[in-house]
Design a binder for this molecule. Structure first.
Ligand code: OX2
Length: 797
């Protein structure tokens, strides 16, 4: 069914008015924008329910294999946007709401971002859900219904301040509570052996309750379910304890439950080792697996069929307890033999690795894991012992080592497929972190290069460019992004160049207005918009970009009439609350912005804009307006990146290193349409091992010496001159991410960018070639890859 033609606007109008009246209890004259938003969302949800039911019916009829995507994070953002786009009702809604003097955009902006994720890993999961629905792949996302998503960021005196993100302040119109789908999640206690069987006597427990959200695919042809678990106490009050006067202990079950699904951990590729986090991971995993087995047994009666009907994806190691938990459920609760259970679990499970950074590879102390999950500790030790024995390599390949449980190794050993997220990252995985395991299991590691959904990241966020694309390549590219290749032969056509650049200009003007209104900074939409948005992390090297900004500013001041290409540098991103260096970088960006934006000498050539609280919605404003995309991580450190793909799709050119998916982006768009700089991953590895690499590089770069001097002198922090000594000291003496060694090359590439931007026609041609080559980076392609190589799943469309 094609909703775009099937929708009768009058029916939609009636639905909205009905929801306004009967769900919100408001008449038109009193309805607030919130009321309208709820009425619109509920109406859209109504339209999604039929395809959703249909999809479920088909899976049951065809006994299709189901994919279960387990992830601690789903960074879905505003759901109204997917609904409007994929139901094709944008124009109709616009017109209906206009009759009541309501703007669709205001309705959309009223929806809080569902920020149930930190960054790339969580957003990838959201794009995957949308693509699985678009492709008709029977799938469930399983996650946690955090009361508080990723913190909201504010700047005070340039410093990041974290505020709670209470997206559930208002009712969530998209979800259906499922009180009947509820599971007990045990913790702690001890294990005894009774009649030859292990029995876990847990001393704590919470209930996991399901909340379902339908995820609609393109053209409303299919909808899958995102099932989020909320924690509830097993009993509201321990009445015995209460009556005996121990009020605190009486409330303990409730306190545990309340904290479990309370907040998302704000870490992203940084260290993380807290007991509550371990409990959250088990909470998600156990609830999901109990649900999977229950659903399976409602359809089939032989658990041996599980691997034929069920594929379980572990998104990073966070749900890596799925291995031992599945074994536990099969052995302890369903009386299966250990060997059979382990074999079945392995054939169901697969694992995606998202980072090689050692600090981000999860490890739990055996003491903690043994205390919180005593039965799982036993199971993990047995898996480990058997694997060591089978491999004949007792010393090198271990899950339990030095009193720690290594979750990467556990996930690898319990999975039949392990994948990296870009070609380079997968190669490095084979050569480094999993070198030993790869030798033992040579076909287990595969590559599935990340992708992003073009429905949201092009169709929805960039309507003007989308219109141009449809005019040129015809309709249908939304679900077949390779069609964009038809733009390539026309890249030199002046007519097309004009249209593409006019669309870019329109997006830039809208952003400039927003910046003026929200930040009070005046920027020129004709200037190059140079954007770096992502989590703040030293390996992503926002400071490299910032040092270039300082260098540029200083050079303009020295010679203001040298014909500079005007630029606006945009930064966006949050730092993990406990990551000191990242927070220093944020503060320095803000201090530098303050000085540069008030400099009358440079004002026509350089501005720095750092809007606070970068999130999905902010990305949707910035990316379509970008001319230049900064993807400048130290080679070998960024597993893939997905922002880089969104920029390419929206016609921004990339300045970047040979890292993560940049390598593949450059291959697709062509080396001449990509501004490459910096060392390769191998060179970077060697450089980092060279003593005094930073000092040597600084010695060779007058430019960098100047920049470091300008910072050290307190130019951006007159009131507290020593404020950034640690940053300067870090570059001189440590510089683990090789800012110094890549600096000169980066400057040269930036000079090339300036020159290229001045040739408007050439720039337009390059931008069109970038768009035309971005088809590969659709998450539909990625999901097809998983379906074929990892899940052995079939589309039911
Ligand atoms: C991120 C990676 O840093 C990023 O490179 C990648 O594109 C993204 O995952 C999706 O694969 N936490 N976040 C990531 O890794 C971890 C761990």
């Amino acid at each position: 069914m094609n909703m775009q033609t099937a929708v009768v606007p009058e029916q939609l109008r009636q639905k909205i008015l009905d929801h306004l009246t009967y769900a919100q209890g408001k008449d038109i004259s009193h309805a607030s924008i919130y009321d309208w938003r709820m009425a619109v969302s509920l109406s859209l949800r109504d339209m999604i329910v039929d395809p959703w039911f249909n999809a479920t019916r088909q899976i049951y009829e065809k006994h299709g294999k189901r994919v279960y995507y387990l992830s601690m994070e789903f960074l879905i953002g505003r759901l109204i946007e997917d609904a409007v786009t994929n139901l094709g009702v944008g124009d109709a809604l616009d017109a209906i709401l206009a009759d009541y003097n309501v703007k669709l955009n205001d309705v959309i902006e009223n929806e809080p971002d569902a920020a149930l994720g930190n960054g790339g890993l969580g957003r990838l999961a959201a794009c995957f859900l949308e693509s699985m629905s678009t492709l008709g792949c029977p799938a469930y996302g399983y996650g946690i219904r955090y009361d508080f998503g990723l913190f909201a960021q504010r700047f005070e005196g340039g410093r990041q301040v974290e505020m709670p993100e209470d997206w559930l302040m208002h009712p969530n119109p998209w979800e259906f509570v499922r009180p009947e789908s509820q599971y007990t999640i045990p913790f702690k206690g001890y294990v005894s052996v009774e009649n030859g069987k292990s029995v876990w006597h847990a001393s704590e427990a919470v209930l996991a309750r399901a909340y379902d959200m339908p995820i609609i695919g393109w053209n409303a042809e299919w909808a899958n379910t995102l099932r989020l678990w909320g924690a509830l106490p097993t009993k509201l009050l321990d009445l015995d304890r209460f009556n005996s006067g121990d009020y605190t202990a009486a409330a303990a079950p409730e306190a545990l439950a309340r904290t479990l699904s309370r907040v998302l951990y704000p870490e992203d590729t940084t260290e993380n080792g807290k007991e509550l986090r371990l409990k959250q991971e088990f909470f998600l995993t156990s609830a999901a697996l109990q649900d999977i087995i229950r659903r399976f047994l409602s359809e089939f009666d032989d658990l041996a069929l599980l691997p034929e009907k069920v594929a379980i994806q572990m998104n990073d190691t966070h749900p890596a307890l799925a291995g031992p938990e599945l074994i536990r459920l099969l052995v302890d609760e369903h009386d299966m033999a250990w060997e059979t259970a382990k074999d079945i679990a392995t054939r169901c499970l697969s694992y995606t690795n998202h980072t090689l950074l050692p600090e981000a590879l999860e490890r739990w102390s055996t003491w903690l894991l043994g205390r919180v999950l005593p039965r799982h500790m036993q199971i993990i030790e047995r898996i480990d012992a058997e694997h060591k024995k089978e491999s004949g390599r007792p010393d090198t390949v271990g899950i339990v080592m030095n009193d720690e449980v290594r979750m990467g190794e556990l996930a690898f050993i319990m999975a039949h497929r392990v994948n990296g997220v870009s070609a380079l990252h997968t190669d490095l995985m084979r050569e480094t972190v999993f070198a030993d395991l790869n030798k033992l299991h040579p076909n287990r590691i595969v590559n599935e290069t990340n992708g992003v959904t073009p429905r949201r990241w092009l169709k929805y966020t960039n309507p003007s460019l989308s219109n141009v694309i449809t005019d040129v390549v015809g309709s249908g590219w939304e679900a077949d992004l390779d069609k964009l290749a038809d733009l390539a032969p026309l890249a030199g056509n002046t007519g097309l160049q004009k249209r593409v650049m006019a669309s870019k200009q329109e997006n830039k003007e809208r952003l400039a207005e927003w910046v003026k209104g929200h930040m009070g900074i005046e920027i020129d939409p004709a200037a190059m918009f140079d954007v770096q948005v992502k989590r703040i992390h030293e390996y992503k090297r926002q400071h490299l970009n910032l040092f270039e900004t300082i260098y540029r500013w200083n050079e303009i001041r020295k010679n203001p009439t040298a014909g500079w290409t005007p630029r606006v540098k945009f930064f966006g991103g949050k730092a993990a609350p406990g990551y000191f260096m990242a927070k220093q970088i944020i503060r320095l960006i803000n201090d530098v912005a303050e000085v540069i934006n008030n400099d009358p000498v440079t004002k026509d050539f350089l501005k720095v804009v750092y809007p606070p609280n970068y999130n999905v919605s902010m990305a949707e404003k910035l990316i379509p307006a970008a001319d230049l995309s900064e993807q400048i991580s130290t080679s070998g450190k960024e597993a893939s990146g997905t922002g880089n793909m969104k920029f390419t799709m929206n016609g921004a050119l990339t300045i970047g290193t040979l890292d993560g998916a940049n390598v593949e982006i450059r291959e697709h768009v062509g080396a001449e349409n990509f501004f490459l700089f910096g060392m390769t991953a191998q060179e970077a590895g060697e450089c980092a091992r060279t003593p005094d690499h930073a000092r040597n590089a600084i010695g060779k770069s007058q430019a960098l010496r100047d920049v470091l001097q300008i910072i050290a002198e307190g130019t951006f922090n007159r009131a507290e001159p020593g404020r950034y000594y640690d940053i300067v000291d870090n570059i001189w003496n440590h510089d683990p991410f090789l800012v110094a060694s890549d600096f000169e090359d980066y400057l040269a590439a930036q000079a090339d960018v300036d020159a290229a931007y001045r040739d408007r026609s050439r720039w337009a041609e390059m931008a069109i070639l970038n768009i035309a080559s971005s088809g590969f980076f659709s998450s539909d392609r990625t999901i097809r890859g998983y379906m074929a190589d990892v899940w052995d799943a079939k589309s039911l469309l």
